[in-house]
Every structure is written in C-alpha cells, then in structure tokens.
Design a protein around this ligand. Structure first.
Ligand code: PEP
Ligand code: MG
Length: 597
C-alpha cells in the first residue's frame, strides 16, 4: 500500500496509532480507499486467541500503554486452561474436513466409531476412538466415557454432547454441519467431498473446532512444560510467566490442590499449590484391600471388628508418608472415608447370581452367605442420601478412628525423621454439630494417644466439610467445634438443587440450558444466588462464632474462574482444585482482587 498510495498509507498508520492510544487495546479496523481518499468504516476491540491475549497484554505493558494490573484484567483463567491442553503440531501437514464448534478443549485422535457399543468394545481392546454422532443422547454416555473425543454434526455449546463432554473433561467438537453423519451405515460424508468410514482415523481439535482426516501429531503444551519446571524460552511462556507472577503478587486467596496420591501432590506443588485442600481416602479401600473391607463388614463382635480394622491400619498408614513428603511444610487436609460402604462391597446382583450357582452345585459357603446378607442389608435406593460420610463414622466408629490413627502416626513418623507434616483431618457430610462432636472427641483422644506413644507433638487440626444445607444453616453452632470448614460445593449443589450429581448433566441439563433455566451448569460454575447464599451465610456465621475458623472450598468450583471471584468476595482463605487447575486458580485469584472498571 505504501508503494501504491503513500499518502493514504501514512494517514492509515496515523489513525491506527490514534485508535490504539484511545482504546489502549488491539483493535480491528475496516477501511477503504476511494479515489485516493481514505475512509475509516469501523473499529472495535479485536478478538484474539488465548495465546494472543497473553502476548498482546504484556506487549502493551512494554509499550507503556497499560500497567500490569490492566494486563492481568485482559487475560483469564479459561484462556490459560486452553493453553494447558496438548495441541496439534502446527507444522504438521493436515487434511481439514470441516470446522464445527469448539465445545470442549483438547486435541484428540482416534478411529471413528458411530455408536456407543462399538466405542466401548473397541476401547476395551485398547483402541483410541472418536465417537461420531449426529447428536448425542443419554444413551451414548458409556461411549463418551471411553472415547478420546466426541464429534457431532448438530447442536451448539449447550447441546447434550457439549455439556456432557465438558463435564467429563472430554475433547468435543459439535455442530460440524458440513458432515453428513449416517450412523446406520457407520460413515460420514463431508459436504462435497470425502467419506470417512468406521475405523478410519480422524483428529479433532476441541479448542478450534477443526476436524481432520488421519492422525495429526499431538505436542505437549509449552505452558505446561514451563509449569513443570522446564526452561522453555518462548514468547508465550514468557508472557504467561510474567502475568502469573503478577497474579501471585496480587492475590489474597491461597490455592491448594485436591490430590490423593504423592504424584499428583508433587505435580500440584510444581504448579504452585500451597498445600492439599482435599485428599480423598476412599480409593485406599479398593483393589486388594476390598477383601479387608468385606472382612470388616462380616466381622462378628467387637473382637472381630478390631481384628479387621487392625489389618487395614498398617496399609492405610502407608498411604500418607509420600503425600506428606510431597507437601512438606504445607497443610494437608485428609478427608475421612465418605462414599456409602456398599460401594466397597461386591455388586448385589453379581453376588446373588454367584450364590445361586453355588447353591445348585451345593457349594454354598458360610462367608458368602454372610456377605450376601450384609450387601442386602447395606443396599440403598438413594446411596447419596444414605449411610455415608460422618454417618458411617458414627455407625462403625472404629473406621474413622483407624483412619485418624493412620494419618497421625504417619505424620508423627515424618516429624520424628526431621520432616514437617501438618495434617488436617476433615469429617465429611456433617449436618449437625452433634455428629461432629461425636467423632471429634474420639479423634482427639487418638491424637493424644499417638503423641504420647511416639513422643512427638503433631500440629494438627480437626474440621468439617460444609456440604449439606443444614450444615450451612447451622454453621454458627458447628464452628464452635471445628477448626476449619471446607465447602464441598459438589454435594452442596446436589443437595440444594436436589439434583443427582451423577445423573442430571447427562439427562436433562442440555434442555435446561437451552431454555435458560440457568446459563451454565451449577456443577461447573457456582450458583451464586442459591448455593452461594448458603456459602456466604455459613462463612459469616462460622467466623462470627469462631474468629479463628479457617475457610476453604474443595468442590470442583474451587478451580472455576467465575466461582473463584465469588469465593474471594466472601472472604474464604483458600480454594482447592485439581492439579491442572492450580495455575488457573492462581491467575483468577489475582484477577479477583483488581477493582472493577
Ligand atoms: C464435594 O462434595 O464438593 C466434595 C469435594 O466431596 P466429594 O466430591 O468427594 O463428594
Ligand atoms: Mg462431598
């Protein structure tokens, strides 16, 4: 342009500089030059990719246009989360088939399958599959769970496929309308082009909505490599590092992680976690240890129960040293067993069938009979509302005290060996202060015993989750007996809305979203008006009754950008989220402190 029409070119550059000075942002412009006269048609703040958002923000700081606070305002956790997914190698040759909607981020490669049953069958054989449907329904759930990604030709970001895939962290491209999907024939045709048949490999990019034929190579995220501690000298990484540093310098909220293994704990610490906010202990009762839980259930008399618990104790003790080591010097909140007991026992139908077969062959065993009776006794129509959490701790008191002893002994051992351990023992599903008092007294007694036996003082706390509406409403009373509260917003959402958390997203949430009942799933982003009101009340009443009360959140919302701003506003001390969301939470916690503009 400079060569063709220098005058208009210079004028354009001048106007562009004026616009950038005025808007202090990257703008897109439309202009025309007619008979040597430059006409500006339109301008607006330009859209940008997540990578561009981070890079432009720090460029503008370096050019003296904005300060670091403003730069931090211009990026967000969702963009950062996007940058943390592996992506397709930009330098690889690609065969683009179509572009749909970027419904759930990530880069997925696999063989196209057109029904959930094939997806499950092939995945069981070790194949990577992409489930392709016109649109998904609750029937497709099993297929979606095993697939690397989901591709649909219909529906938007609130379609069933999009909502469910996001909920399970599965890559998804939806509404790729150029695809004519024929599930009966097991193929799709691209408008005016190729046919892809069942078993052909495709690659889908949930961040851009692109669908490719064949396998596109996937490369790890630069940003994740940087958080992992690798020295990655790259413009995006430098921009992210500067903005993260600024966010850390601003934030009031601390960020912890939800981690049940030493590996996750160590990764989260590399990502900046300042302790564990939720270590779920239930997986520690599965696998080979399941048999020991069965022994506990069928045990007769106090002696039998003690013997069964005695077998579990040393195993449970082994679960903690490495976690304490990974979080040396930082608090570790360990939540005592929560799910209904029957989840650790054989399936009722399987066991009944096995018993019937054994009967026919005349092999019925006494233990099996007892076990079946126990499984029948523990069977519940609504297990989420049944014998779980603190209720288990009251009905089988030895279970919680065994866990507390294992935690405290592991902590004492670490301290004796020169390390630092700060366990926080957390009681789940408390509704009434009496429930908490009943188990707390016994745990305190165990703590004194362990300290006396091992000759060390263990800095520990005992607290509770607030995940039932009644707990939130009576938080003032509960705070008198708790050293900390951690809001279990998954259950609190379930119990407040009366939504079964395992079912509703896949069954009718897409209809609710389309009809505008809520703009986003309340399991994804906190329902501030309802569930949030309970959190606010419990935080306020809890602190009023006990000014030293430490407050955190460990439901999924702890890593959700929008919810983090609310948790900052109500004055929680920390949020806790999965290791990969720790950087997102750090960034958003920093942004939450910036005055609104
Ligand atoms: C919760 O309910 O929010 C919680 C963190 O506990 P879980 O998800 O294990 O029920
Ligand atoms: Mg819970």
């Amino acid at each position: 342009m400079e060569k063709v029409d220098k005058k208009s070119h210079d004028e354009l550059l001048e106007i562009m500089a004026t616009l950038e000075q005025h808007y202090l942002d990257m703008c897109d412009i439309e202009f025309t030059v007619e008979l040597g006269k430059l006409w500006m048609l339109q301008t607006r703040v330009g859209k940008r990719t997540p990578e561009a958002a981070f890079r432009i923000a720090v460029h503008m700081v370096d050019e003296g246009l904005i300060d670091m606070d403003e730069a931090l305002r211009r990026v967000n956790g969702e963009q950062l989360a996007n940058l943390m997914f592996p992506r397709f190698d930009t330098s690889a040759a690609k065969d683009l088939l179509a572009v749909g909607m970027n419904a759930s981020p990530g880069a997925a490669v696999g063989k196209a399958v057109f029904d959930w049953a094939t997806a499950v069958e092939w995945a069981e054989q070790g194949e990577d599959v992409i489930l392709v449907r016109k649109e998904t329904t609750p029937e497709d759930l099993h297929g979606m769970m095993v697939a690397r990604g989901v591709l649909t030709s219909r529906g938007g970001k609130t379609s069933h496929a999009a909502v469910v895939a996001r909920g399970m962290g599965r890559t998804c491209v939806c509404g790729a309308e150029a695809l004519d999907v024929d599930t009966r024939e097991g193929e799709f045709t691209v408008r005016g082009g190729k046919t892809i048949r069942e078993g052909d490999v495709i690659s889908i990019d949930g961040s851009t909505g692109e669908v490719f034929h064949g396998e596109v190579p996937v490369v790890p995220s630069f940003v994740v490599r940087h958080f992992e501690g690798e020295d990655v000298d790259q413009p995006l990484v430098r921009a992210v590092a500067r903005l993260m540093e600024h966010a850390d310098s601003k934030r009031r909220l601390r960020v912890r992680t939800n981690a049940d293994t030493a590996e996750d704990a160590a990764r989260a610490r590399r990502f900046g976690a300042q302790g564990i906010g939720l270590c779920r202990t239930e997986h520690m009762f599965l696998g080979e240890r399941r048999q020991l839980v069965e022994n506990l259930i069928v045990a007769e008399g106090e002696e039998g129960v003690d013997a069964a618990l005695g077998e579990l104790l040393p195993l449970q003790r082994q679960d903690f040293p490495e976690i304490f080591e990974a979080m040396d010097g930082l608090p570790v909140t360990i939540r005592l067993i929560d799910p209904p007991l029957h989840e650790f026992l054989p399936d009722l139908t399987d066991l009944s069938v096995a018993m019937a077969v054994a009967d026919i062959h005349g092999h019925r065993k006494k233990r099996q009979r007892k076990l079946l009776a126990a499984v029948q006794r523990l069977h519940e129509s609504n297990p989420m509302l049944g014998l779980r959490g603190v209720r288990l701790g009251i009905v089988i008191p030895g279970l919680f005290t065994m866990q507390a002893r294992a935690i405290l002994e592991a902590a004492a051992e670490r301290i004796r060996n020169g390390g630092r351990a700060e366990p926080e023992i957390m009681i789940p599903l408390v509704a009434s202060v009496r429930e908490l008092d009943s188990v707390k007294g016994r745990i305190e007694q165990i703590a004194s015993e362990v300290e006396a036996e091992l000759g060390v003082t263990i800095p520990h706390k005992i607290g509770t989750m607030i995940e039932l509406p009644r707990a939130a409403m009576t938080a003032g009373e509960i705070a008198g007996s708790a050293e900390f509260f951690s809001f279990g917003t998954n259950d609190l959402t379930q119990m407040t809305w009366g939504f079964s958390r395992d079912d509703v997203e896949a069954s009718f949430f897409s209809t609710y979203l389309e009809q505008g009942v809520f703009p986003v799933s309340p399991f994804e982003s906190l329902d501030v008006d309802g569930v949030g009101a309970l959190v606010r009340k419990a935080a306020t009443d809890g602190r009023e009754a006990n000014p030293d009360l430490h407050l955190g959140v460990c439901g999924e919302h702890g890593g959700d950008p929008r919810s983090i701003h609310f948790f900052d506003e109500v004055g929680l001390d920390y949020v806790s989220c999965s290791p990969f969301r720790v950087p997102v939470a750090r960034l958003e916690a920093g942004r939450a402190t910036l005055p609104a503009r």
